[in-house]
Design a protein around this ligand. Structure first.
Ligand SMILES: NC(=O)c1ccc[n+]([C@@H]2O[C@H](COP(=O)([O-])OP(=O)(O)OC[C@H]3O[C@@H](n4cnc5c(N)ncnc54)[C@H](O)[C@@H]3O)[C@@H](O)[C@H]2O)c1
Length: 258
């Protein structure tokens, strides 16, 4: 595992699912982690879990779809730890009540999903980039999705947010390459998290469906996504920017006809 001692990391949606694995992995690798989430109960649990590791893990109750809360979160990283080195734009929602054809979807639901999944990326970058510049560089990693590459019916705002995430990754990478800020994305396939489980009728059915869909024959685990994110954030990936990696058990390698 790469060493992130002396690094300051922000993880949005960091208290559960993939974000939890990212937060704990960076803390294990010695970083100071600000784990931002709206779920205070989950925040208390991860704060306890984070105590045993080499780094620090601080929970911050923040709704990152709001500019003022993003600004405060970055301000806290600067005040408590001196800056920000790594931003994991991980937060994402996909409420089951949004599974509708586009013409039946409410404007409120569209805005809610786009604001949490996509606008938060822009807002967090807006407040973090000046701090990264002061430190001579940084890394931004967006948790996008295979649904940014291919799609399914009934998920218009989620798919649009994930396609936007990949576009924004390229855009920010070009904009800030000269500032030594690398910007990357990961595209998970189906990963065993509250988001995926709440979207299925039963966890067992989800695992069975994932085993059939994913060439590797099973659902993914949050840690398997976090492992790739830690690699991308490390100096081992120093010549990578503006790129995405599928962490999907081979899903995107499979043709629709296969
Ligand atoms: N689980 C999957 O199968 C899967 C697949 C592809 C992509 N993804 C993406 O991975 C990322 C993480 O997903 P997950 O499955 O771990 O989800 P999750 O629901 O398990 O965890 C998301 C976390 O975000 C928090 N959150 C929600 N709204 C917030 C807000 N406004 N501000 C701050 N925190 C907020 C939640 O409380 C939760 O702790 C998302 O971007 C998701 O789209 C997940």
């Amino acid at each position: 595992m790469p060493n992130f001692q002396d690094k300051v990391v922000i993880v949005t949606g960091g208290a559960k699912g993939i974000g939890r694995a990212i937060s704990l992995s960076f803390a294990k690798a010695g970083a100071a982690v600000l784990c931002a989430d709206v779920d205070v109960k989950a925040g208390e649990i991860i704060t306890q879990e984070g105590q045993e590791f080499a780094g620090k893990l601080v929970f911050v109750n923040a709704d990152v779809s709001k500019a003022s809360e993003c600004e405060k979160l970055v301000g806290k990283a600067v005040a408590d730890f001196g800056g920000v080195d790594i931003l994991c734009n991980n937060v994402g929602i996909q409420p089951t009540s949004s599974y509708l054809p586009a013409h039946e979807l409410s404007e409120e639901m569209w805005d809610r999903i786009i604001n949490v999944n996509l606008k938060s990326r822009f807002l967090m970058a807006k407040y973090t980039v000046p701090e990264m510049k002061k430190r001579g560089g940084g890394v931004i990693i967006n948790t996008a999705s295979v649904q940014g590459l291919q799609s399914a019916t009934g998920i218009a705002p989620y798919a649009a947010s994930k396609g936007g995430d990949l576009s924004l990754t390229r855009q920010l990478a070009l904009e800030y390459a000269k500032d030594n800020i690398r910007v990357l994305a990961v595209n998970p396939g189906t990963i065993e998290t509250p988001l995926a489980l709440e979207g299925s009728t039963s966890p067992e059915e989800l695992r069975k469906a994932a085993a059939q869909q994913h060439p590797i024959g099973r659902i993914g685990q949050p840690q398997e996504v976090a492992n790739v994110i830690l690699f991308l954030a490390s100096p081992e990936a120093s010549f990578m920017t503006g790129e995405f990696i599928n962490v999907d058990g081979g899903l995107m390698a499979k043709g629709a006809w296969a």
